[in-house]
Design a protein around this ligand. Sequence first.
Ligand code: C2E
Ligand code: MG
Ligand code: MG
Ligand code: MG
Length: 288
Amino acid sequence: DSKRRVRNGWQAYSPALAQSRDDRLRMETQLRRAVDNGEFHLVYQPQVDMRKGSIVAAEALIRWKNHQLGEMRPDHFIGHAETTGDIVRIGRWVLSEACQQVAAWRDAGLGIVRVAVNVSYRQFLGDDLAGTVRGVLDEYRLPGAALELEFTERALIEDAPDTLRTFAELREMGVVLTIDDFGEGYSALNYLRRLPIHGMKLSQLFVEGVPRNHSDVAVCQAIAGIARSLGLGLVAEGVESEPQRRFLLELGVPVGQGFLFAPGLSADAFAHQLGAGLAHGTALRKAR
Ligand code: C2E
Ligand code: MG
Ligand code: MG
Ligand code: MG
């Protein structure tokens, strides 16, 4: 308990807490009730056309605010939720919340925007992911193309028996299917041939070092080459600087996401940016 600091009435979470068994149990107990208690919310990070500066999509990123544990980033609790299986319920909540939000933006005339949702490998196991997605799209009267699902490579190499069928069903619905953090994990290239995906996201691990670091440049070039020759889309993650943006555009990567453009925004702030872009034909980048 001495490791906790009280700030604004919230106790700041320290990663060290998760190391003790008691603390892990406490987190798991809180996690179990968090959906029902309304402790989660989403922020939306723009995916930007790096030439024009216009928003092409939003990635929904989960945040957890708990009265005992404080505010937590997903890297602190998603792993626990995967271990306990709570991720399945949390994942359904995220999907529903994100779809409700994108439907509201479309209804408000803010343009044909798409929302990208992160999916854990555990949501393949013991859940009918395609059925869940179909239900949510129906509920909010959304076309499949309004939704993008981001899978980590782990989801693909777990090789649950239904993976191929699930992907085929989702693609049939028009849902955009993307491999997240490409290059960070296994990069078992055989699934790129087997699974009907639309694209991948170039991990910020490599974007970080360009254009100065030679091996990062080489890896980015290689991944861009794979995407190009397989006819897959590529979105750069973690774009923080103007030289990175220029390098990626020269490499033929048109869409980027990162602090250069915007961090994760509240739904209202995101809608504001969308509206501003529509009104002025701009340019998050120019707006800075
Ligand atoms: P991700 O899907 O790769 O998301 C990108 C992460 O990079 C986000 O961290 C984002 O805030 C951060 N980021 C964006 N731009 C920049 C930048 O320019 N520089 C740097 N250094 N970082 C940047 P966040 O929100 O903490 O999420 C971490 C991870 O947690 C996500 O990585 C994703 O794997 C997972 N996650 C987030 N939301 C969900 C969710 O709803 N469900 C599941 N299963 N996982 C989620
Ligand atoms: Mg992601
Ligand atoms: Mg990512
Ligand atoms: Mg990541």
